[in-house]
Write a protein that binds this ligand. Structure first.
Ligand SMILES: Nc1ncnc2c1ncn2[C@@H]1O[C@H](COP(=O)(O)OP(=O)(O)OP(=O)(O)O)[C@@H](O)[C@H]1O
Length: 595
């Protein structure tokens, strides 16, 4: 190799290889997207990001990554020629060449280090931007059209959306980048180093038959046979790794559930049975870990042995020519290196089999998630029109998921300041009616006109406090600004939670700290803070005594005279605060009374 020409040659090699690789990659990518299932899935997830319509940047950066991958292959090729020259100089006791090649090495090594760091940075930046975009898309898609809630009504609801958003998005991005660049690197290295081996190999006579370029054929046969055996040995690892993830998740879920329900378990003194569950799940996990260990012993043992043989195999093949003086030490060393590179490149496809299987599982989970969200959005819901200052229900039918009719043909109208109390036996569909009015319940028909957006507030049976500080919890779903401080304190005092006024900025797990009754009072503070035109209260005072319930309803009526109320409640004392009463029997019939 003429090192004076190396830069120029390398640049033209890089230009040609880049053009071929980019064209080949684009063509292979388009074919995969068009004709393979996984390609289609990939495009469903990543298409909107990679399309130039969105931005040219991702495509340009990925192209840069392809070029950097080729650059890395070229560096390896240069190093292999450097080794050749260096060992030949040593063998020839050629001191000037020795020092000259050390100088060349300094340049090569500097470029190599800078290239590696730059490639690392660009790969990470590309992955991070992609992950940010994908996370944004997935969470937005999950929230859009209430898919996160309505997904439960699908025939096959998706499991663990949290895992899909957090873990699978990350795995998808890293998997896509590493598999794509790994395959390109392996293929280009394969071509480049096969060419080097081709140049270094001589014919070999086996049983009187002369095999031309025997070295190249020997490498391929060696690696293909080794790959096939390793593949057979390693195949069960895919299943074992899959189980490992699943069993770990099961164990972690059991631990998390115990933590979530600590108080209940403690009251029941149920630690014995909980421990049994934990140990049972852990035993399953550990059983699988042992299976992984035994399988890895065979698999890694074989791989280690093969790579040890691979150290000497090229030397053995080239030994006769070296000792006969036909080739130099440098050629032998370069042969060994090229042999290693070809072996690595071919091995990539074997070792990636596992990674690719996991990648396909990730694709399944992400596309399954997007499809389920889409289906959840297309589930029917009552037609809701936003209209200020009125609640009108026309021809509403509410069914159970099994088709049983809970409520038939409901019609009613509320004007500002009016209040409706819904009563009926347990399980008669009162909460479900509120779900239908909120547009959440898919098994309902009819038309609803009511205030929308922030002007309607639904307080559900189980109080909900978001993560974060207390001011966020009070203002929810609105956000609170600094100037709201006085109003926040005032509404807290109004609902008898004056002791919390100094803790507005404290981030705690408020659901755990506050009693259910206090959480219900906080929900009333939320109503007073947001002042909506209509409030739906589903047994929102169930944990309070009658006196407190009376005080809070009186407060609502005094402070928000024009607000419409729709309450569900069992206590007769509630009737005083409502202008209308709707009684449902849970079999379709209903009666409306005016107070
Ligand atoms: N997601 C669901 N899947 C299947 N059935 C459901 C679902 N949600 C509610 N149901 C059923 O619909 C019926 C009405 O439930 P709903 O919660 O509306 O009753 P309710 O009148 O509010 O009862 P309670 O007074 O006890 O709160 C019940 O039989 C319940 O089991």
């Amino acid at each position: 190799m003429d090192w004076n020409q190396a830069l120029q040659e390398s640049l033209s090699w890089l230009a040609v290889a880049s053009l071929i690789t980019i064209a080949g990659f684009a063509a292979a990518g388009a074919l995969a997207v068009r004709f393979t299932h996984w390609g289609g899935q990939f495009w469903q997830i990543a298409g909107p990001y990679l399309r130039p319509k969105h931005s040219w940047r991702p495509l340009l950066v990925f192209t840069l990554l392809l070029v950097l991958t080729l650059f890395s292959v070229r560096m390896n090729v240069l190093f292999s020629f450097w080794y050749n020259g260096f060992y030949s100089a040593l063998q020839g006791l050629d001191q000037p060449a020795f020092w000259y090649l050390l100088g060349v090495f300094a340049i090569l090594a500097t470029i190599h280090v800078l290239r590696a760091l730059f490639t690392y940075y660009v790969t990470q930046a590309f992955s991070i931007h992609w992950r940010v975009w994908l996370n944004d898309r997935m969470t937005a898609d999950w929230m859009r059209g209430d898919a996160y809630y309505r997904g439960q009504f699908l025939a096959e609801p998706v499991d663990n959306p949290d895992q899909r958003i957090e873990l699978d998005v990350n795995n998808f991005v890293t998997g896509s980048v590493s598999l794509a660049l790994g395959a390109v690197s392996a293929l280009v290295s394969l071509v480049a180093f096969t060419a080097i081996l081709w140049g270094l190999s001589a014919p070999l006579e086996v049983g009187g038959v002369e095999i031309p370029r025997a070295m190249v054929f020997a490498v391929y046969i060696y690696v293909i046979v080794a790959t096939w055996i390793a593949f057979r040995l390693g195949r069960p690892l895919i299943r074992l790794n899959f189980f490992n993830e699943k069993l770990t998740a099961n164990f972690r879920y059991a631990l998390m559930r115990l933590r979530e329900n600590a108080e209940n378990v403690a009251f029941y003194q149920g630690t014995g049975i909980e421990r049994q569950t934990l140990l049972g799940r852990f035993a399953a996990l550990i059983g699988n870990v042992w299976a992984l260990v035994y399988r890895s012993l065979k698999f890694d043992g074989f791989n280690l042995a093969i790579s040890q043989v691979a150290v000497v195999f090229p030397f053995i093949l080239q030994a006769p020519r070296f000792f006969s003086g036909a080739i130099k030490l440098g050629d032998v060393m370069q042969t060994s290196q090229a042999f290693g590179q070809v072996q690595d490149s071919l091995s990539f496809f074997r070792s990636s089999y596992d990674a690719f299987a996991q990648y396909r599982a990730t694709l399944d989970r992400l596309t399954g998630f997007l499809d389920a969200n889409q289906q959840a959005r297309t589930l029917p819901r009552v037609t809701t029109q936003e209209q200020a200052g009125v609640l009108e229900i026309d021809g509403m039918q509410v069914l159970r998921p099994d088709g049983f009719r809970l409520l038939a043909d409901l019609n009613l109208r509320l004007a500002p300041g009016q209040a409706l109390l819904i009563k009926g036996p347990s399980g008669s569909g009162k909460t479900t009616l509120l779900r239908a009015l909120a547009g959440l319940w898919p098994y309902a028909e009819g038309e609803v006109r009511r205030p929308g957006g922030n002007q309607a507030l639904f307080l559900s049976q189980r109080p909900y406090l978001p993560l974060g500080d207390l001011r966020t919890a009070i203002a929810y779903p609105a956000s609170s600004a600094a100037e709201d401080e006085d109003r926040l304190k005032q509404v807290l005092r109004q609902v008898n939670l004056a002791h919390l006024t100094e803790q507005l900025d404290l981030s705690q797990d408020w659901t755990r700290i506050l009693s259910v009754g206090e959480q219900q009072r906080l929900a009333f503070a939320r109503v007073l803070f947001n002042r909506p035109q209509i409030v739906f209260l589903d047994e929102s005072t169930s944990a309070m005594d009658e006196g407190l319930e009376h005080a809070l309803y009186s407060l609502l009526r005094e402070e928000m005279r024009d607000t419409m109320l729709v309450s569900i409640g069992h206590r007769s004392t509630l009737a005083n605060f409502h202008t209308h009463r709707l009684e449902v029997d849970g079999r379709g019939s209903w009666s409306l009374f005016e107070a």
